[in-house]
Design a binder for this molecule. Sequence first.
Ligand SMILES: N[C@@H](CCC(=O)N[C@@H](CS)C(=O)NCC(=O)O)C(=O)O
Length: 229
Amino acid sequence: MHASTPKLRAPRTLPSPQLPRLYTFRRCPYAMRARMALLQAGRAFEAVEVSLRDKPASLLALSPKATVPVLHLPDGSVIEESWDVMRWALAAPDAQGWWARAQSPANLDLVHRNDGDFKHHLDRWKYPQRYASESITPDAHRDRALDVLLQPLEARLNSAPWLGGATPCATDLAVMPFVRQFASVDPGWFAAQDVPSVRAWLDGWLVSPLFVACMYKLPAQGAIRFPSL
Ligand SMILES: N[C@@H](CCC(=O)N[C@@H](CS)C(=O)NCC(=O)O)C(=O)O
């Protein structure tokens, strides 16, 4: 993880937007964490809903790796990793400490687990047809995902309501969309697991004004100003 937000330069041929412009996909958990961070920070931004099967030429020009989210800034620079978008949104000025509270070793470790092993096992449980030659079963991936993230998360949330302690922080926003995805693969199975604090935390987020606002449905084409919180 970098100390300051890594930025690329956009190609000269692509005009800079007047407001920060987020290339996003509504159901992408990386894009959800970026949208929540921008909304929480009160940053005005416009957004473009990307079809992952038909990515716009402007996104490909800005970021050849072409994953979402990508943030194109009015100064012409480009941020192409969700965690870096969160840092840009929340870090300065960080009056409410949403970024600072996410920098503890325990919170950085959770994001590392989430984006690494947990995401690995989640994908192999959720999309077994995409990973036909796996040496372990989809259910074994599910159980490893539980061990690698959900159990440590349960232990943390047993002692405080949020990963930020008495108030949430960027870690809550970074991890929650992936736990949501995990819980929705088999809701009956998830409901039967011994992770009551994780369930209460997730249920709270799902009805929170911040999450509801981040799920605003954008038009299929064009850039529009994203409604603020
Ligand atoms: N490390 C990236 C990962 C982003 C990512 O993988 N996003 C997915 C959508 S959820 C994507 O754009 N995949 C490219 C594709 O499907 O073509 C980040 O944190 O922003």
